[in-house]
Design a protein around this ligand. Structure first.
Ligand code: URP
Ligand code: ZN
Ligand code: ZN
Ligand code: ZN
Length: 466
């Protein structure tokens, strides 16, 4: 049994900030105590880490990633090895990735495929959600078994007709099943049927550039779908979690539902907080780098998202990490924006981009950790093993230098993608050292982790529901 003590840092969790020393035994937090206390002085360990001037944080929990994900005739460019390594570089020590049901096939087959993709390759721990592409009697039965074995959340798409799309009846049935088995329905809320009409009209009129991706995927069609998802969940008596919320009008739907005490939850992503249709309009097809769905919105929407993160109308920040290289992948959509693979890289930068919001006075330190660690862990049944620093929790620990300066760039990032969505952006704060279950995977900027260290996490059910 190896023991470690982290001394002299400021421990920040969603609940408190204390100058405390942290004792780690056998991959778990054994104890933590005020650094002037007799208890802390008495800690002895094989190894001491000096955290003077650093924050000591729980490892990040990114509840929305797509490693090795099929889309638009290609696969996202990070696999579980490169993607989880990049996550760890950025202080994220748990991901929840989306296993995909192939239309016409069993959930089990898709889940087995995702286990095969991830097994033995991950640098940090991982769990799975299940994407339902084909809700039918046998899918519904399989949902019960999946909840029982720790795949407790199910994503359905109101978007992407003919690919992942479920109609309202299918969504209602799956929500009814989730209401009975404790699963959490997750919805991609965009009216894909209406959007496809607008896509066809745009292309017919010669509007083929990436920026038209943003124009046809209207905020009103996100708000309408969000409203519909909430009403379907009410009818089913289930909770609902809306993924990648980007439009102010959609936030208003969530706020109204939460104002009625409905079990309705929402997530946004750093790209919606920091990027906008200005990036989508980059010339020479450069906007393709920023094509994702829901799309980037006009800059005016950002204030509503930041406000919702403060008021708890949005509870989680995930990345929706789904990278496609510009060369050879995004380029599939030259001359037709609808053929650009949807998705953006980001798993490495979530903790830092949210810390910048702390520096800028938009979020408190505790809210930063709440949004990035504690609440995603609770939402997806991983708390308090993940998402906090407390006795018994996994020793997933980040030493964070709040004063370091860094410049984001494809030259220096660790994601397997040939561009950065944040090229040249200056940030204050940087991840310095990362422990995953007590093992150092990043040591003051040197990679010491390994593929295969990461373990599969069977999850409990949503901890916001009785
Ligand atoms: O553009 C995105 N978000 N791609 C990944 C698939 C999804 O809808 O989350
Ligand atoms: Zn201090
Ligand atoms: Zn989606
Ligand atoms: Zn996604």
């Amino acid at each position: 049994m190896t023991t470690t003590v982290i001394r002299g840092g400021l421990v920040v969790t969603a609940a408190e900030e204390i100058h405390a020393d942290v004792l780690i035994e056998d991959g778990r937090i054994a104890a933590l105590a005020d650094r002037r206390s007799a208890a802390a002085t008495a800690y002895t360990a094989d190894r001491e880490i000096d955290a003077t001037g650093r924050y000591v944080l729980p490892g990040g929990v990114d509840a929305h990633t797509h490693m090795d994900f099929p889309f638009g005739g290609t696969f996202s460019s990070d696999d579980f090895e490169t993607g989880t390594r990049a996550a760890a570089w950025g202080g994220t020590t748990t991901i929840v990735d989306f296993a995909v049901q192939t239309k016409g096939r069993a959930l089990r087959e898709g889940l087995d495929r995702w286990h095969a993709k991830a097994d033995g390759r991950c640098a940090v721990d991982y769990g799975f959600h299940m994407i339902l592409s084909d809700v039918n009697e046998s899918t519904l039965k399989e949902m019960d078994a999946l909840v029982g074995e720790g795949v407790t959340s199910f994503k359905m798409f109101m978007a992407y007709p003919d690919v992942f799309y479920s109609d309202d009846g299918q969504i209602l049935r799956a929500m009814q099943r989730a209401a009975a088995n404790g699963g959490l329905p997750m919805v991609h809320a965009e009216n894909g049927i209406a959007i496809d009409v607008l896509v066809e009209q745009a292309l017919a009129a010669g509007r083929t550039d990436p920026r038209h991706h943003g124009e046809v995927r209207k905020a009103l069609l996100e708000a309408e779908a969000t409203h519909r998802a909430v009403q379907l969940a009410r009818v089913a008596g289930s909770p609902v979690y809306i993924v990648h919320v980007s439009a102010q009008e959609a936030v208003e739907q969530l706020a109204a539902a939460r104002g009625m005490d409905l079990p309705v939850f929402g997530e946004t992503c750093p790209q919606y907080l920091y990027l906008s249709t200005d990036e989508l309009a980059e010339p020479d097809f450069g906007g393709a780098k920023y094509v994702c769905s829901t799309p980037l919105r006009p800059r005016e929407h950002q204030a509503a998202l930041w406000r919702a993160l403060r008021t708890d109308d949005l509870q989680v920040v995930s990345t929706d990490h789904c990278p496609f290289c510009f060369t050879g992948q995004k380029e599939l959509g030259r001359g037709d924006f609808s053929k650009i693979p949807n998705g953006m890289p980001g798993v490495e930068h979530r903790m830092d981009l949210l810390h910048q919001a702390v520096v800028d006075g938009k979020l408190s330190r505790r809210r930063w950790i709440d949004l990035a660690c504690a609440t995603p862990a609770r939402m997806f049944g991983l708390y308090p093993r993940k998402g906090t620093l407390a006795p018994g929790a996994d020793a997933d620990v980040v030493l964070y230098d709040p004063h370091a300066e860094q410049v984001l760039s494809a030259e220096t990032h660790h994601m397997n993608v040939d561009y950065s969505a944040y090229e040249g952006r200056r940030l204050t704060g940087r991840v310095e050292t990362v422990l995953s279950r007590g093992e150092t995977v990043l040591d003051r900027g040197t990679w010491t982790g390994r593929a295969g260290h990461g373990q599969y996490l069977p999850r409990g059910t949503c901890q916001f529901i009785d």
